[in-house]
Design a protein around this ligand. Structure first.
Ligand code: LLP
Length: 422
């Protein structure tokens, strides 16, 4: 077993693996498996790293709710004073239900509906990150009907290659996100002329799991040049939102510490009057969580050995979707010889794997922890194969809190009905 875990509050003890002061096997005994388990201390540490890096500046940290939207998680960030980056009316409702302040919410996304705009305007969110001309016009009309004025930033696409997985790179000209850099001036002029729009800032987000600060430095340079041009045209911005994107270690990646990642951007921002905003998701929650799963069967084949576990691609889609690597570790030490296993779920698809070729010393019935699963784990889960979603538990010191019950099978078809006969 590896003693240098990617999750900072995970460690070995005489009772097997512990997250903070709680043993993972105690969690499985209480709540069953598969279960997502998060460490409140790890989450707090990650947030404080951003706070420290931004100390002394007028900056806000808007947690990207899509990474993990459990109310328990959101409530921790709300108490830490975070703002929130949302992409739907549903996420806005969650933020409010968790005690978050709508006045600290920024609303991203390419497809905001009229209903979502109304909801966000009624709540008084801080800013709409507008991604197209059509959206700008719709927002002006909706705000007009409500006799309100909508604060906006244009999400500008700086056309910078973030050098990450193509599915999670978002700042290239060929992506669906944001408005083209060359279009931005014209759209700001249009926005300035719309009666129910108030220009507040500019936003950009170029991709996720970034390990090198250089692309964001280049994007910031481009954005600032645009901000200065706008000022020359009489459009002064109050804030600059540089999105999220900082990567985490899943395997052997070496992401820069938060302060190092932000430093080149912050030095470009030195001496400027605009407030700053960041929208981190993964780097706040990714390595604060794991997926706890139990080995149902071991199948020893001629070519491969399989560990069939009770978690599957419906619980954690990242391996199947992106071929993503997640560390897998035994919860208890066993005296059995280690073998190489394919760690797979019960779903009837060959793509249903959680890990390939891992050396594990396990027996049927053992628990495994799939690490770095705090971000884009539960939020991307599904009910494929009529599998109830996993429970979620937050560990705080020596206490465990159930923050989401395991779904019941009945709840999965509660909204459905049989066709009447005849
Ligand atoms: N802001 C915007 C506008 C975004 O689109 C995203 C993520 C974030 C902030 C947060 O980015 P982060 O700090 O987490 O990198 N499902 C994929 C990741 C998709 C990210 C989408 N946008 C995965 O599992 O890797």
């Amino acid at each position: 077993m590896n003693s240098d875990f990617v999750i900072p509050t995970l460690h070995e003890s005489t009772r097997g693996l512990q997250l903070e002061q709680v043993s993972l096997s105690a969690i499985a005994d209480c709540f069953g498996s598969p279960t997502y388990v998060y460490s409140e201390a790890a989450l707090r540490q990650a947030f404080q790293a951003y706070e420290q890096a931004l100390a002394g500046r007028e900056a806000s940290i808007c947690y990207a709710v899509k990474a993990n939207s459990n109310l328990g998680v959101l409530s921790v960030f709300a108490r830490l004073g975070a703002g929130f980056d949302i992409v739907s009316g549903g996420e806005l409702s969650r933020v409010i239900a968790a005690g978050g302040d709508p006045a600290k919410v920024v609303f991203s996304g390419v497809g905001k509906s009229v209903a979502e705009m109304r909801q966000a305007l009624a709540c008084g969110i801080r800013c709409f990150n507008v991604e197209s001309e059509a959206e700008l016009e719709r927002l002006d009309a909706v705000a007009g009907e409500m006799r309100l004025v909508a604060p906006i930033a244009l999400r500008v696409n700086p056309d910078v290659d973030p050098k990450t997985h193509p599915y999670i790179s978002t700042g290239l000209r060929s992506n669906k996100f944001g408005v083209a850099f060359d279009e931005a001036m014209r759209l700001y002029e249009l926005a300035a002329a719309l009666p129910h729009i108030r220009i507040s800032g500019i936003a950009c987000h170029i991709g996720s799991q970034l390990l090198d600060p250089a692309p964001m430095e280049e994007a910031t340079r481009k954005i600032l040049a645009l901000v200065d041009r706008l000022k020359g045209w009489g459009i002064a911005l109050e804030h600059i939102d540089l999105g999220g994107g900082l990567g985490i270690r899943y395997r052997d990646e070496q992401p820069p510490p938060v302060a190092e990642y932000l430093a080149p951007m912050l030095s470009l921002l030195n001496g400027r009057s605009e407030k700053i905003c960041f929208e981190p998701g993964r780097s706040l929650i990714g390595n604060a969580g794991l997926l706890l799963t139990r080995v149902e069967y071991l199948k020893h084949g001629t070519e491969k050995n399989f560990a069939v576990v009770d978690a599957a691609m419906n619980d954690l889609a990242r391996p199947a979707l992106y071929d993503a690597y997640h560390e897998v570790v035994e919860v208890d030490r066993r005296a059995v010889p280690a073998l190489h296993y394919e760690v797979v779920g019960p779903i009837c698809e060959s793509g249903d794997f959680l890990a390939h070729d891992r050396k594990l010393s396990i027996e049927q019935g053992d628990l495994l922890a799939i690490l770095s699963a705090g971000a884009y784990g539960m939020t991307m889960s599904s009910n494929y194969n009529t599998r109830p979603r996993a429970a979620e538990v937050m560990v705080v010191g020596e206490r465990m809190h159930l923050i989401r019950e395991r779904e019941s099978v009945e709840s999965l078809y509660a909204l459905e009905s049989r066709l009447p006969q005849g």
